[in-house]
Design a protein around this ligand. Sequence first.
Ligand code: NAP
Ligand code: ZN
Ligand code: ZN
Length: 351
Amino acid sequence: MKATSVKAYGTESAEADLKQFNIDRREVTSKDVGIDILFCGVCHSDLHFAHNDWDMTQYPVVPGHEIVGRVTHVGAGVSKYKEGDLVAVGCLVYSCRTCKNCKADLEQYCPEWVPTYGGYDKHLKTNTHGGYSESIVVDEEFVLGVPENLDPAGVAPILCAGITTWSPLRYWNVGKGSKVAVVGLGGLGHMAIKLATALGAHVTLFSRSANKIEDAKALGADEVIISTDQTQMEKALGRFDLILDTVPYAHDLNPYVGTLTTNGTLVVVGYLGPLDPMLVTVPLIMGRKSIAGSLIGGIAETQELLDFCGKHNITSDIEIINIQDINLAYKRMLKSDVKYRFVIDMKSLKS
Ligand code: NAP
Ligand code: ZN
Ligand code: ZN
């Protein structure tokens, strides 16, 4: 199949910094949309993947799954989009469309789903490459429409940070009167606060960082609990219907389980791996509490979220960077020094 060489930023090993090189993009097939990338958000998963934290990375890697751009080409069979449309691509670019999960709009749980980067591109027979690049070609079924009233740079993080928190908020029926807590104020955490607030919930942030209290309240949180303060944690016992835990590294879940109400659920979205320290089951049993996990969201649900954000004028709080600053951005993300999402202006790669 014919391919076009485009500029991208990525890495060839876990230890190396990200740098510029060229990658191939396939030609637009009948059902494909060609997209000129305007902005791409920087997710902590990009960093995990570039550093091989999950022991599954195949190099080279071009991260980026919070993509917003304009349509430049459409295949002959494309009906949803036309040249010039403002569109987005999130964390997945293919699924089988026939399995039970796909039929239930849960493409993210399809056994054959293909992530936007680090998956297998059956057309080019190479790794899929993400949004730290000039352009991308994606099947129209995995392209989302972006409301034109929203700032496109602020929309980008909705494609991962937004949908990853929206999906559990919707699944666990958060609405008026729900008591929601969010653990960690970073990219996912700040979207969780905005979205749960917009759904009418009472929202509490658990954070290690006392310097984020004012920001959390400005984002919509009703209250902040400093998770390292024993007295504050004890006062929170038995209070929350749903906790979204966005912390990226192994940490103790036990103190949070205690703050769930009867039938409450703690949804882990941040950390992938074995728990350390171990989970004590007693508080789960004494109160029919659940620990759950959740992965991004399906295509229809992501479109639902983009439309909700368009209606409620919700975007991410971002710091725009040039692609040449990506290695510094990763270092700052590791120090939780980001308010609250880096977004790359792709002009910096094209110039
Ligand atoms: P982020 O912007 O770096 O935010 C993470 C926040 O967690 C930090 O701001 C900090 O908040 C807190 N934190 C960081 N290190 C911590 C530690 N060692 N102990 C306790 N708290 C810590 O990251 P993100 O982009 O939101 O991503 C969060 C995690 O979600 C990543 O692991 C990412 O891979 C994962 N993720 C999962 C999915 C999914 O589908 N499940 C999708 C996207 C991302 P405070 O300063 O407030 O404590
Ligand atoms: Zn992500
Ligand atoms: Zn499927």
